[in-house]
Ligand binder design. Sequence first.
Ligand SMILES: Cc1cc2nc3c(=O)[nH]c(=O)nc-3n(C[C@H](O)[C@H](O)[C@H](O)COP(=O)(O)OP(=O)(O)OC[C@H]3O[C@@H](n4cnc5c(N)ncnc54)[C@H](O)[C@@H]3O)c2cc1C
Length: 145
Amino acid sequence: MLIREMPTRECRALIARERLARLGCSRDNQPYIVPIYYIFAESQFFSFSMAGQKIDYMRTNPNVCLEIERFHQNRRWKSVIISGTFTELTQKAERQQAWEILKVYNDWWEQGGFEAISNTEHMQQAPIYFTISINEMTGREATPQ
Ligand SMILES: Cc1cc2nc3c(=O)[nH]c(=O)nc-3n(C[C@H](O)[C@H](O)[C@H](O)COP(=O)(O)OP(=O)(O)OC[C@H]3O[C@@H](n4cnc5c(N)ncnc54)[C@H](O)[C@@H]3O)c2cc1C
């Protein structure tokens, strides 16, 4: 297997095409990873969530990590890792803008995680919109030898 570094333009092409990321955050020396959907727009990641552990963690420590990948046949894969900064969107205009970006895929949360918590107090709360901006980004591609 050959592994090569992906240039930035290839990393950006991958994250623009994909929708699913692993989000890593940490608090009090304890890492936490959850799958989330996102849209990459205006050079940052847009996503949203209900209140819960990942939001608590990111509010305490906005330094986060994203991992996005694409598998192909024959052990081919591409993977991008981003170190980024969480920003919660609290103003009406920016929340509206985030919704306009995210609503294109407006049924994803039902399958992802919101259904599982639909009977809890989470659903009584307004959705939390947030962005993750990119501080560092690396990509690697594996191909069979
Ligand atoms: C394909 C996919 C896409 C998703 N997209 C989104 C999205 O765009 N936005 C979004 O908010 N959520 C999404 N989810 C759900 C997300 O992964 C979390 O389950 C959910 O957001 C709750 O996270 P929380 O930290 O608020 O957990 P809380 O409700 O606060 O619960 C914390 C507890 O639940 C456990 N837990 C939480 N999530 C999971 C999980 N996925 N698997 C196993 N244990 C878990 C934790 O370990 C912890 O013990 C998606 C899930 C999948 C599988």
